[in-house]
Design a protein around this ligand. Sequence first.
Ligand SMILES: Nc1ncnc2c1ncn2[C@@H]1O[C@H](COP(=O)(O)OP(=O)(O)OP(=O)(O)O)[C@@H](O)[C@H]1O
Ligand SMILES: [Mg+2]
Length: 361
Amino acid sequence: MKRIEFHNREEEIKEIQDILSVEPMLITFVYGPINSGKTELIDHLAKQLPKDYVVFYINFRGKFISDYSDFIRVLFKVEREKDYKEILKTISETPVEALRFKGIPVTKSMIDAVFKKSYEDVFEFFEGYFTKLSESRIPVLIVDELQVIKDIKIDELWIYKLFNFFIRLTKELRLCHVFAITSDSLFIEKVHSDAMLHGRCRYLLVDDFNQEVTMNFLEKHGFGKEEKGISWHYCGGKPLCLVELVNSQSKEGKAEEMFKIRKGQIEEIVYSLKEKNKKTFAAVLDVLSEFEDRDKIGYKYLREETRFLVEKNILFADPVNKELRAQSMLDLLAIRDVISRQKSRLFLLKIRRGIRSGHVR
Ligand SMILES: Nc1ncnc2c1ncn2[C@@H]1O[C@H](COP(=O)(O)OP(=O)(O)OP(=O)(O)O)[C@@H](O)[C@H]1O
Ligand SMILES: [Mg+2]
């Protein structure tokens, strides 16, 4: 498979560079639909930062976290050969481009010490760590797939303690930039409505490419007029989907295959509800039918059936703009297909009933 070069994101890059050019003030929540390119953007940016920055990137995706000790293991990266002073010295003095770490480098003995204490001590430990570092460099903490931690049962106030720590690093001590990335709209919705975070965070939407950026991307990869039309019709500006097309010989065949798969998945999710809960099934169809002739709809709060569709990653809820839309163009097409088939089914059913009762000849 061809390595695809990073494309565009000029506006988002400018916005993040502006955030990084001043003292850390707010936590930045980076959100957007699935596979819109959030991680790719942050990774690309981290590689380009000047040498006075040091980036700590922690990704919770795929990490099995059931308790506090699992959480700690994901946060840290044990440098077995080095002692604490050596680690800090390396970070402070290495005269290359911005250093990037996957996890926060510590020694084995530090990890052991952390394990013996409670989690307030971990946050205290980090505070000391970042304070020391900030004397020579600008630390940037990036936490990807943050929503994974929402279900960790440490204690009920766990997530608040973590957010409090982020507030302390940014607004209070101005020590470290904090970026929290998530594609879970229910999580971002929860964060958005949380009184504790009001005035302490900002939201940055990383959306699918718009049409112009998509066309430029496709042209760069040698797509002709017809291929561009097919790509936009099926994939819209979803970067992952476009990359799949770039890597396929038959663009149309690949697009149709992706559509067929997504349609099957959505049908399965929606129709399996019919057996379990007829009322929710009907309500879910009602929500979906609103997308028959519209791309997005406004909302005031998320009702149970909408929450279900968001949870199943069929719809994306944007709590900042109070908008609901399909997670992707493929999802939108699949939703429309499911609704139109359902309507035809109901229509046929009505006719059959009419015939049986003698109203239709
Ligand atoms: N700006 C870009 N230029 C080129 N390719 C991109 C770009 N953004 C994303 N991609 C492609 O799309 C894929 C998905 O992007 P990425 O993993 O960053 O999405 P995401 O929003 O973080 O997804 P998730 O919602 O699952 O966390 C990447 O692996 C890459 O192939
Ligand atoms: Mg990601």
